[in-house]
Design a protein around this ligand. Structure first.
Ligand code: MSP
Length: 516
């Protein structure tokens, strides 16, 4: 089975921020999950490099647009390397192969009779790269998102005949799994119900764009070109840059993960463009929510933007991934709160999971020859921790399948809570002092160590680093990214009598003295 998923292609007007890291981390966890399940995954990310916004940013910095794009897209690639993002393709829309794909796609759309000339009049937001049909009535209206003045545009350019796809789009958005979470479907339904209007796909005075073949003086509207980046990204360097190749390289995508602000482009414009070009449609579009910080919108002017590099340096990958994916229901808006962040990381990861492994392995080493106790009884699948582990596995899989990272994280944590509870009830430290209890203690420690092996495995998609450290601490080999994974999730596979390495804490506590 193949599984193609994409992040948005990030604008290179500025360096990466927490919002882009959020989407990318979530996609990384999903990609890892599907690979572990044995699927052939293509995880696409990249940069959207054309358009007026980028042209102006480069002008303001007194560099050429290409130099500007090279620098910022490099910073994205470096950032994803530092975060160990497991993407398979990184597309830059300034890649020369992309132009070939755009030209072929446009030729198909034109041949379908879907390109017409029209007059575009309206208020435009350069930051959104979008006409604001619902601009407030005023002499100098502002963009409701960016709080910046809108610019009046009046020009003749090329339009895509979106209006012809009204019926098809209405049917598409009613498919149960096309737009997720389901709560976001309503806003798209409302938009479509107003009647789809043709939209302009070329610009006359934006030199920083791909030229439209056969239409001198026109460059493609940045969104027309950007969405096609999802296609170009899939074509390996040694394959011809041809639309006909896509079926062999993972198109259609199973999933586009995006922020809620760009849902309309992905759930309405993009499918219609694909229909016009005779290409299959993505299976699903997931619009996640927006992150705020301590209750406030993040923005340069407020000086409260969370820099993913600072987060990484001060907190580490596991902590940030855990907090963002465990605490914020994926799909809802979320608020980054430093106190809650440190509390969750310290309680869940350092205490509940980390200490569990540490103390159990220390006891096993002390009393059982530096190794996993040999235990007959605890390897039975009717053991209470085996039952808890089975439940956790079911919930983790269901969580990932529903893109409910919180459910997957909580299920894993619940297994650690059960194992801690079991250990406290059995109190091996007291029983070890009693005669005839050694075998029972061996059983109990085995069961808890086995539960920590499950926790390590279940954490692999969400927290690959912590998962690897836990397996290492248990004396087990690293988990290959492509599995096998599910076959390891059967109770009693921890080898009895295997040596246990000297324990070191697998998860450091977060001590943040100053604001991030
Ligand atoms: N270039 C377009 C996407 C083209 S896809 C073919 C774009 N780029 S973007 O860099 O502006 O935004 C990328 C994503 O980041 C969007 O999905 C947006 O929703 C998301 N976020 C921007 N700020 C965010 C938060 N504060 N919180 C969460 N996500 C946010 O749009």
């Amino acid at each position: 089975m193949t599984y193609t998923l994409t992040t948005p292609l990030y604008y290179v007007n500025d360096k990466p921020h927490l919002g882009s890291a959020y989407t990318t981390l979530a996609c990384d966890a999903l990609a890892r999950f599907h690979r572990l399940c044995g699927e052939q995954v293509t995880f696409v990310t990249g940069c959207d490099e054309h358009g007026q916004k980028i042209q102006r940013t480069a002008e303001a910095a007194a560099v050429s647009p290409q130099q500007h794009c090279d620098a910022i897209s490099r910073s994205y690639q470096d950032l994803w390397d530092r975060w160990q993002i497991s993407h398979d393709a990184f597309i830059r829309t300034t890649d020369p192969r992309h132009q070939q794909i755009v030209n072929q796609f446009f030729a198909r759309v034109e041949a379908s009779g879907d390109v017409i000339e029209g007059r575009q009049q309206g208020w435009y937001c350069v930051a959104c790269e979008e006409f604001k049909d619902d601009a407030p009535e005023a002499d100098a209206p502002q963009c409701p998102i960016h709080q910046r003045p809108l610019e009046w545009r009046d020009e003749v350019n090329l339009f895509f005949r979106l209006s012809r796809y009204q019926k098809e789009i209405e049917a598409l958005i009613q498919r149960p799994d096309f737009i997720l979470p389901i709560s976001r479907r309503r806003e798209v339904e409302n938009f479509v119900a107003q009647g789809l209007r043709d939209f302009s796909i070329s610009r006359r005075h934006v030199p920083w764009g791909l030229p439209v073949p056969g239409h001198d003086g026109h460059t493609f509207y940045v969104w027309f070109d950007a969405l096609l980046g999802y296609l170009t990204a899939l074509l390996p360097a040694d394959a011809p840059a041809e639309l006909e190749q896509l079926a062999a390289h993972g198109w259609p995508a199973q999933l586009h993960v995006i922020g809620k602000d760009i849902l309309r482009f992905h759930a309405v414009y993009w499918p219609a463009m694909l229909m016009s070009a005779g290409l299959p449609l993505p299976e699903r579009v997931f619009g996640h929510g927006f992150l705020t910080r301590e209750g406030q919108k993040m923005g340069k002017s407020l000086g409260n933007v969370l820099d993913p590099d600072v987060l990484l340096e001060r907190c580490g990958r596991d902590a940030v991934r855990w907090y963002l994916l465990r605490d914020i229901p994926f799909g809802d808006d979320g608020d980054f709160q430093q106190q809650r962040f440190t509390d969750l990381v310290n309680n869940d990861l350092a205490n509940t999971i980390g200490n569990l492994l540490n103390r159990t392995s220390s006891m096993a080493r002390r009393w059982f020859d530096d190794s996993v106790p040999s235990a007959a009884g605890a390897r039975d699948s009717s053991h209470p921790l085996a039952v808890a582990a089975e439940q956790a596995r079911t919930d983790v899989i269901a969580g990932f399948e529903a893109m409910d990272f919180r459910r997957a994280a909580e299920a894993t944590l619940q297994l650690a809570i059960s194992a801690n509870g079991f250990l406290n009830d059995q109190a091996p430290w007291s029983r070890m002092k009693q005669d005839g209890q050694r075998d029972a203690v061996a059983d109990d420690l085995y069961a808890v160590l086995e539960a920590t092996r499950w926790i390590a495995l279940l954490l692999a998609p969400l927290l690959p680093d912590l998962s690897a450290r836990m397996l290492d601490q248990l004396g087990l080999p690293p988990l290959p990214p492509g599995g096998p994974w599910l076959p390891l999730l059967s109770w009693g596979q921890l080898p009895p009598a295997a040596p246990l390495p000297e324990p070191t804490p697998v998860m450091a506590r977060l001590e943040l003295e100053t604001p991030l």
